[in-house]
Each structure stands twice: as C-alpha cells, then as structure tokens.
Design a protein around this ligand. Structure first.
Ligand SMILES: [Zn+2]
Length: 309
C-alpha cells in the first residue's frame, strides 16, 4: 500500500509540501467549496496524490478523514492518540468528517438508475431476518425495506438507501485496499464470472457507455472525460471479445494500492460493484433505530457479516 498523503514513508513524519495541500483542501471544503471542483483544481495544477496519480473526490475524502492527520489512530471505531505528527486541528477534522458524512455530498456513492447495490439478500432485517428490498416511492428517497407481512417479512425495518450504501462502500473499499483480501477477491470474482463472464461483461460495457452519456448530460463529467472514457470502453470491448475467444476470464481490478482501487470503483458499473460487494460481504443486518441521529445514519444499527478471507 502507498504511504498516506502528507506523510513520509515511515508514515509518521510530515511531508511539508503535502501538509500544505491538506490544509488547503480543508480550507476549501470547510468554507463551502465543492469537492469535484477541488479535485479538478489540484489536477490542473499537476499536484499528484501519494501514489502519483490524479485526485478524485473519494481520494480527497480518504486523505481528509484519515485520523492520522490529527495525530490519532482509529482503534475499533475509537480515536486514540498515535505517534503521528498532526497536520490539522481537531475542530477542522470534525467539520470535514461531518461534511463527508452528509449524504447530500456523497455524489460518488450515489445510486444509479434502478440497479441497487445491496439487492439479493445482502441487506437483512434485524427484526425478522428477511432480506430488505430496494424501494422507491414517489418523491421520497430510495429505501431498503423489509417487505410486508403478507410477502414474508415483518415490514418493520426501513433505512435510507444512500446512507446504507455509503457505509457499505466505505468498508468495501477499505477491504479492497488490503493485499490478502484482494487475492481472495480475485479468486471469488473468477468463480463468480465463469463461464458466461465475457458475454456478461460485454453487456456491462455497453451499459457503461450509456451511463457515461447520461453522466455527461447531467453535467457530472466533462466532455474530455466522456471522450477519453468512451474510447477506453470501446478498446475494452475489443479486448473482451479477444479474451472470450480464448475462453479466458480476467478481472479488471487493479493491483492493490488504495488509490487505484477507488479509481477502479468509481468507473465500475453498478452491477460490477454489486458483484464485488457480494464477494466480500455475506450480509449486513439493519437493526431498528433507537433514536434519530442529527444527520445520516447511526452506524450502531448495522451488524456486519463479512465473508472470511
Ligand atoms: Zn422484517
């Protein structure tokens, strides 16, 4: 894994030039600046990430929500002092974490169309154990809900889809960055995608082209990105056809640097993302909410059951 941004290879000493970038990013975001605009600015100025690639919203998020930058470490969800020298003060860090957990800002974990990340039994009801179904009702946000009694559920659990998906994505990406986990995952993916993999992937690539067009129409990506990505996808389609002829199944997940993994995730189709989640996460059980949190989701409601590595 690459070193954390802002720190030398010993992961403790500060790289002053990068610390300045972290302070600048924090300043930009806590004063109302936009995440995507910030990524574009940094890339335009040829300021690289720790692994020498370009910035994406999610890599900025990772850099700024790492407790290391306030000289702390995450120990089972609790922040404890560490040997690391701090770059930001606690106040600024707390503001950033609050900003990043505001679902309105998590553009990069948004649901796309009608494909749901946690369908097929990955999300379960904490009251009766049934699977939660993705559910869209009028202008209300998408929810994962336990079905009504008549359909076999108890109907008592519901959770905002964006909140639950953001929690899952966060944890899945952390696991994807781990080398041992990655090897296991590659194995699982190969099993998952045999033998109709090529055919399936072709379908995905086609729909990714459509999704790119929609993202461009929505103003989420720029023309240059659209062109580059379209070209990449067309090349990929050619590749997949070649591989299909050889009856070979390859996964296109990159080598395990956190940076590359999040970039891959951002570009993967929803279906592919869902396969990855299913390969790692057996299920997550959603418990009833005891009290309403100020914003977002109370993580205590979630019980995780990961597939073993
Ligand atoms: Zn239920």
């Amino acid at each position: 894994m690459s070193r954390p941004y802002g720190y030398a290879d010993n992961r403790t000493d500060i790289v002053e030039q990068e610390a300045a970038v972290i302070r600048r990013m924090a300043e930009h975001l806590t004063t109302g600046g936009h995440l995507r605009a910030l990524a574009t600015q940094l890339n335009d100025e040829h300021i690289p990430t720790a692994s020498n690639s370009s910035w994406h919203p999610i890599t900025i998020k990772r850099a700024l929500t790492n407790p290391r930058i306030i000289g702390m470490a995450d120990q089972d969800g609790e922040l404890v002092p560490s040997a690391t020298k701090p770059i930001l003060d606690r106040d600024t860090y707390d503001k950033l974490v609050a900003l990043f957990t505001d679902p309105a800002r998590s553009k990069f974990t948004r649901t796309n169309g009608r494909v749901h990340l946690l369908s097929g039994g990955i999300a379960r009801c904490g009251m009766c154990g049934s699977q939660l179904y993705a559910n869209v009702s009028g202008d209300r946000p998408d929810q994962y809900r336990c079905s009504k009694r008549a359909q076999g559920g108890c109907g008592r659990i519901g959770i905002k889809a964006a909140d639950l998906e953001a929690e899952v994505v966060e944890r899945v990406l952390a696991r994807l960055s781990d080398a041992v986990m990655r090897r296991e995952l590659t194995k699982a993916m190969n099993e998952l995608h045999a033998p109709n993999a090529a055919e399936k992937e072709l379908g995905e690539l086609e729909s990714r082209l459509v999704a790119l067009g929609e993202d461009y129409a929505d103003g989420i990506i720029e023309r240059a990105t659209l062109k580059a990505s379209t070209e990449r996808i067309r090349q990929r389609i050619e590749n997949v056809k070649l591989q299909a002829a050889r009856r070979e199944v390859l996964t296109d997940i990159p080598e395990p640097s956190a940076e590359q993994v999040v970039q891959w995730w951002e570009q993967a189709s929803k279906r592919r993302q869902r396969d990855v989640v299913a390969a790692l996460l057996d299920h997550v059980t959603v418990m009833p909410s005891q009290k309403r949190p100020l914003r977002g989701l109370n993580p205590d409601r979630l019980r995780w059951e990961w597939k073993s590595a």
